[in-house]
Each structure stands twice: as structure tokens, then as C-alpha cells.
Design a protein around this ligand. Sequence first.
Ligand SMILES: Cc1cc2nc3c(=O)[nH]c(=O)nc-3n(C[C@H](O)[C@H](O)[C@H](O)COP(=O)(O)OP(=O)(O)OC[C@H]3O[C@@H](n4cnc5c(N)ncnc54)[C@H](O)[C@@H]3O)c2cc1C
Length: 399
Amino acid sequence: MRLHYDQATEDFRAELRAWLEANRPQPEEMSREPSQSSAHLPPWARTWQRRLFDAGWLVPGWPPELGGRNATPVQQMVYFEEFAGSRLPRALNPQGLSIVTPSLIDFGSEEQKQRFALPSLRAEITWCLGMSEPGAGSDLAGLSTRAELADDGFVVNGQKVWTSGAQHADYCLCFVRTDPDAPKHKGISVLIVDMRSPGITIRPLPQLTDPKQADFNEVFFASVVVPRENLLGPLHGGWSIAGGSLAHERGMLWIDQASSLERTVGRFIELAAQALPDGRRLADNAVVRDQLAQLYIDAQALKFMGYHGFATFARQHVSPEHSVLKLFGTELERRLFLTMTEALGAAAIDVSTPTGRRARDEGPTAVRYLRSFAGTIAAGTSEIQRNIIAERVLGLPRR
Ligand SMILES: Cc1cc2nc3c(=O)[nH]c(=O)nc-3n(C[C@H](O)[C@H](O)[C@H](O)COP(=O)(O)OP(=O)(O)OC[C@H]3O[C@@H](n4cnc5c(N)ncnc54)[C@H](O)[C@@H]3O)c2cc1C
């Protein structure tokens, strides 16, 4: 089987490659300043995102008035492949670009699009996503943060948790309960909350993988006033926005993941052929050879399953394969780093080995293993994906 694209798609790819080559941030521009959190990249990414937006390369599938170029679905997939290969980020605030902004475009008023969506695309404002609560994660509809409508707007009381990058965000897309008497899916609304509002307290949660950097936060709301015009979509109609936001998150995630897994398996193969600091060569170990072959096969399988899912999505605009991809990709990542950590032994934590480069994407193998659990939880846990696959892909009865 030979997979190839038509000439128009290859022309699109060539145009993007040439643009990236001519415009990519230079090493001196990419300051040594680290990311503030997984949700906020270093300051140079602001200028880079703006450059992409101005050239129509930030959101190519969108119309020109939103900074796009009406790229077809296949061109968009090529776009994401090229970006994954270039290893450049697209956005200062990835959640803001890939989850919040599409929700603002889909559900916002014209005024909200001008006030919030376009400045987000231009990297002028950043966002966090206020969904999860101590008592509402997988069961998001069980959220209990209350918003009561008063004369001067909504008054919000409650708590969010695991809010990525809240301490650096300008705004929060916040899911709140506005009708406590309605069935739980029907009493939820979405508010755009200014994170500088009086009554908000943010407590960063230190992490095992890097105690100096907090990706997550607890966010407390004590009688926070939110202007009425900051309601996104209809009052009590927030559940469909939740579904829409999560769909945006799932959309093209697999491309980045498949590309990063393929790269890491490749690096593992290279490493296996070299002598480790203790003199061992992993390629001499029959069990590791076997594991490597399986990881390589699985990484390829993920990529081709992704193409298959994409083809279904492009035709029907729904693709239950997304759950299979999410589950398989994130579990494969965890298995890959566990295998590497076990095989490398002490070298998995040694920052002076080739595995120990300090960039976020290439930290010590053991740390990457610890981080790999995040993917199996965020955007729907592995257990929830299995439920979805059982019910919607296999058609098994609901339990
Ligand atoms: C890296 C990362 C970034 C995140 N960023 C954000 C963010 O910015 N904003 C935000 O709002 N949230 C964020 N989250 C939170 C994330 O959405 C939740 O962690 C996730 O939805 C799971 O909810 P929970 O942690 O409350 O676990 P729970 O829902 O309490 O689940 C606990 C365990 O029970 C299992 N379980 C639950 N229900 C079922 C079921 N029906 N069947 C079988 N098993 C089940 C789960 O799989 C899990 O193993 C982030 C999480 C991570 C890891």
C-alpha cells in the first residue's frame, strides 16, 4: 500500500514548509526563559503566534476574517503533521487556542468574538479552563460551583481544581451551576471570568515531576461578580458547550502524539545501540529487543489508525475512533516510558546521559514516565474512554 496526497495538498505542504523555514523563530529569539506552566509558553511564543496569525497560518481551516485561509480538512491534517515534525509550538496558551477560542467562535455573540476570540488568536489575552471540581471530574455534570443572577451580573461561589495555568491566565472559561433545581445536565452555564476579579484566590499545586513549576491550581470563588454580558451561549445551556469544548480538545491531538511517540521510539532504538554509562548495550538484551519491536509496531499502528479515524471524520464529522486513539496513544506513551525507564535503570534519571536533556519535551526518561500518566487522565480518563468504546463503538448495552 502506498499512501500519498494529491498535488494540491503537496503544494499546500510545500508552501507551509517554505514559510516555516523563512519565518521560524531563531534560537536567539527563543530566550532561555522556561515555560511558565504547560498552559503558558515563554514570552517569545506570543510574538511567534502573532506572526502565524498575521500570515494566515495559525488556524488555516478558518475563514480569512478569523485569520485563516479556508484550508480543507486534509490540508489541516497536513498542517498539523508539519507542525508536529517542526517541533515548534503554535500558541502562547495552547488551551486558549485549541479549546477556548473555538468555543467562543461557535457559541459567542459578535461582541464576544471581537472582545475575546480575536485577541486570543492575536495572543493578546490568555485563558484557563474551569471545568473540574473536587466533586466533579469524569462526571462533569455534577459540578457545584454556583452562579446566581443579581442586578449587576452573576455572583459566583465555589471551587475549581486542576485548573492548568490559572495563575498566569487573564480569563477563565468557567462552567457554573445556574439552576440547582433542574436535572444536572440542564442547569449549567458558561461564564467568561476575568481572573483579576475581586474574590478569586488561586493556589498552585506543587508537582512531583517538578516542584518548582506548578501546572495546576485550585481556584476559589468567593462572591465573584461577573458581568451579565460575559455569559457564553444561552443561560442554563452550558452542557452543549462542554461537549463542544472537549471535542475541540480531542480533534487533532493524535497527530502530535503519534509524531512524538514515533520520535521517542526512534531515539530509544538509537540509544539501544550505544553503550550506557555502566557499559551495557540494550540491543544485546533479547527482552529489550522484543519490547522495542513491539513499541515500534504500536507507534506505527497508532499513526495509521489516526489516518483511518481522520478519513471517517472528514466524511461524517464524527469519529468514534477518537476514543480508541486517545486510549491507545496515551497508554502507549505510558508503556513506552515505563519500558525505557526499566531498561535504562539508573541512566533513566541521569541528566548527563543523552536521555537527560533538559528541554520540557526531553527531560530525564524517568520524569517523562511520571508525566505520561497525565495524558491518561486529562480530557477523559482511560476508563471513561473504555466506557465510550464499549457503548458507542462496540454498541454494547449501557451498564
Ligand atoms: C494534565 C492535566 C491537565 C488538566 N487540566 C485541566 C484544566 O485545565 N481544567 C480543568 O477543569 N480540568 C483539568 N484537568 C482535570 C481533568 O479533566 C480531570 O482530572 C479528569 O476529568 C478526571 O477527573 P478526576 O480527576 O476528578 O477523577 P474522577 O472522575 O474522580 O475519577 C477517579 C477514577 O475513577 C474512574 N472513573 C470515574 N468515573 C468512572 C466510570 N463511570 N466508569 C469507570 N471508571 C470511572 C476514573 O477513570 C479515575 O480512574 C486536568 C487533568 C490533567 C491530568
